[in-house]
Design a protein around this ligand. Structure first.
Ligand code: B16
Ligand code: MG
Length: 216
């Protein structure tokens, strides 16, 4: 039986990857190397620090921790400028309807995001009231694929992991769900999200009745 649904933010509810990309690209430009959209795929679902390490590896740069902290801050300041302009028009197709449908069916809803900026995004898009619990990068000590973020979500909702469903667009997130002992729905392409229990292109292709059928 499904008692709770846990949602990743970037790539599932909103497309903030495009803003992460512009901000990382600007940083790479400043450091003097090219950062492509293809490179950006590697940063999806990955924490800010881990993202920076991947970026520096692409640029072939070795930098001390103090300097890294400054660069991460510089990138985040730019990113925050972009997300400050977000509104409800940036909610991905089907996401809001599905969140509402969960509630209507007595299913609890939680956010499970790696982002430390999740609250800003939820507030600017008007989505905060649709969540019963919000777990983001400010609450966790281990990043996905560690299951911590989803286990904290289940705990906050008072749900057993076996009664939880995770919606994720990143491989690391699907692995986190599986390590948490939860059913996973991949949002994206079946080729990249092989480990997910089921995969749909977006939440516009998902309904509670369909989910219940796949879950049983
Ligand atoms: P921040 P999610 C993730 O969000 C993004 O996919 C990832 O690209 C980003 O680096 C990470 O949040 C941290 O974000 O810099 O805002 O703390 O997919 O877990 O909702
Ligand atoms: Mg994501």
């Amino acid at each position: 039986e499904i008692k709770a649904c846990l949602f990743d933010l970037d790539g599932v509810i909103v497309d903030t990857a495009k803003y992460h990309y512009i901000a990382w690209k600007e940083l790479a430009d400043g450091l003097g190397f090219l950062f492509t959209e293809q490179d950006n795929e590697r940063l999806k679902g990955v924490s800010r620090t881990a993202s920076l390490n991947i970026l520096l590896e692409i640029g072939g740069l070795t930098i001390d921790e103090e300097e890294k902290a400054k660069l991460a801050e510089q990138k985040n300041n730019r990113y925050v400028e972009y997300i400050a302009k977000m509104d409800s028009s940036e909610i991905l197709p089907g996401a809001l309807d599905f969140l509402k449908e969960c509630r209507e069916n007595g299913i609890k809803v939680a956010l499970g995001s790696a982002s430390k900026n999740a609250m800003t995004i939820l507030n600017n898009t008007g989505l905060t009231p649709y969540f019963d619990a919000i777990i983001d990068g400010t609450h966790t000590s281990a990043a996905k694929p560690d299951p911590e973020v989803f286990l904290l979500g289940a705990k906050a909702l008072g749900a057993d992991p076996k009664n939880c469903v995770v919606f994720e667009d990143a491989e690391a997130g699907i692995e986190a769900a599986s390590r948490a002992g939860m059913f996973s729905v991949g949002i994206g392409s079946p080729e990249t999200l092989k480990a997910a229990n089921i995969v749909v292109p977006s939440l516009a292709h998902m309904s509670v009745s369909q989910l219940k059928e796949s879950f049983s």
